[in-house]
Design a protein around this ligand. Structure first.
Ligand SMILES: Cc1ncc(C[n+]2csc(CCOP(=O)(O)OP(=O)(O)O)c2C)c(N)n1
Ligand SMILES: [Mg+2]
Length: 283
């Protein structure tokens, strides 16, 4: 992800001419919002861990240590416009995009009122239609090619609007709907989708997941097609118990992928102490 750095200094804000202090280009309000998102994310994790110990929930995936990148990506991208293929540690991303703590707790306990899946998905399998956060499959890495396909589809439909026309509205087609051809129900029965041509598809994954074939297929397809995809690799040094040094050749995925053409590439270390110190690669 491209970043702009500015020195902390006084700057003119708005047309009122009133001076307001910014830090790294962010206003006081933005910084408070950023902190609020990260703090909320950590508190939800803490509460869920307690609920798990009380056997009120049966699975918990923590986003602890991953809050900063999620918050930053969520504040930079557009919910309901860009497309999001997160992974289970992206709680702060979802909060920054507009997911509610209550919705997360409803998913954690598998409630019928859970807006993601009515309690059918596992916890931390984010999915919010209104925000364009696409629900995840549990095999790690499934989301990567889906994100690339979304970017490709978006570009295709924006360039060929006729192909995006709905032959028959799903509600009209339900009675005696054909199963193929004109009038067949398609994915748009779940969400009316319009592409504008400048959407970004965001996908995130852990360091261990970069060893899967899907990751390399997705990188290659994105590079070939010059697709608008952000790959956010959150390297926390381990895939469960396997250290990155013995999982990834050379110990750094950044080095391995740096030869791919048509990518803007950045690596950053979050300023938080070990052990919660992921390295992030936005490719
Ligand atoms: C295909 C597949 N293999 C194994 C698993 C079990 N599994 C879940 S998370 C995980 C580790 C992933 O590590 P990493 O990508 O580094 O992400 P992290 O949890 O460290 O953020 C594994 C092996 C799975 N869900 N799917
Ligand atoms: Mg990891």
């Amino acid at each position: 992800m491209a970043t702009t750095k500015t020195d902390p200094k006084l700057s003119i804000a708005g047309s009122s001419g009133k001076k307001s202090q910014t830090y790294e280009g962010l206003t006081r309000e933005q910084l408070i919002e950023a902190y609020r998102i990260m703090y909320t994310s950590r508190r939800i994790d803490d509460r869920e861990i307690t609920l798990k110990r009380q056997q009120k929930i049966f699975f918990q995936m923590s986003g602890a240590g991953h809050e900063a990148i999620g918050m930053a990506a969520g504040m930079a991208l557009k919910p309901g416009y860009d497309w999001f293929y997160p992974y289970y540690r992206d709680r702060a991303l979802c909060l920054a995009l507009g997911a509610k703590p209550l919705e997360m707790f409803l998913q954690a306990v598998g409630a019928a009122d859970d807006p993601s899946s009515g309690g059918r998905q596992m916890p931390s399998h984010w999915g919010y239609k209104r925000l364009n956060i696409v629900t995840q499959s549990s095999p790690t890495g499934s989301q990567i090619l889906q994100a690339v396909g979304c970017a490709e589809a978006g570009r295709y439909f924006a360039r060929h609007p006729k192909a995006a026309e709905i032959p028959l509205l799903a509600k009209d087609a339900r009675n005696g709907a054909p199963t193929s051809g004109i009038g067949a129900l398609d994915y748009r029965q779940f969400k009316q989708v319009t592409f504008h041509g400048d959407e970004i598809s965001y996908v995130s994954l852990g360091d261990g997941t970069t060893s899967e074939g899907e990751f390399w297929e997705a990188m290659n397809a994105s590079a070939l097609g010059k697709l608008p995809v952000i790959f956010c690799v959150q390297d926390n040094g381990y895939a469960i118990s396997v250290p990155v040094e013995i999982q990834t050749a050379g110990g750094s995925i950044s080095r391995l992928v740096s030869g791919f053409p048509n990518f803007h590439f950045e690596e950053s270390m979050a300023p938080i102490p070990w052990p919660a110190r992921p390295r992030f690669s936005a490719l």
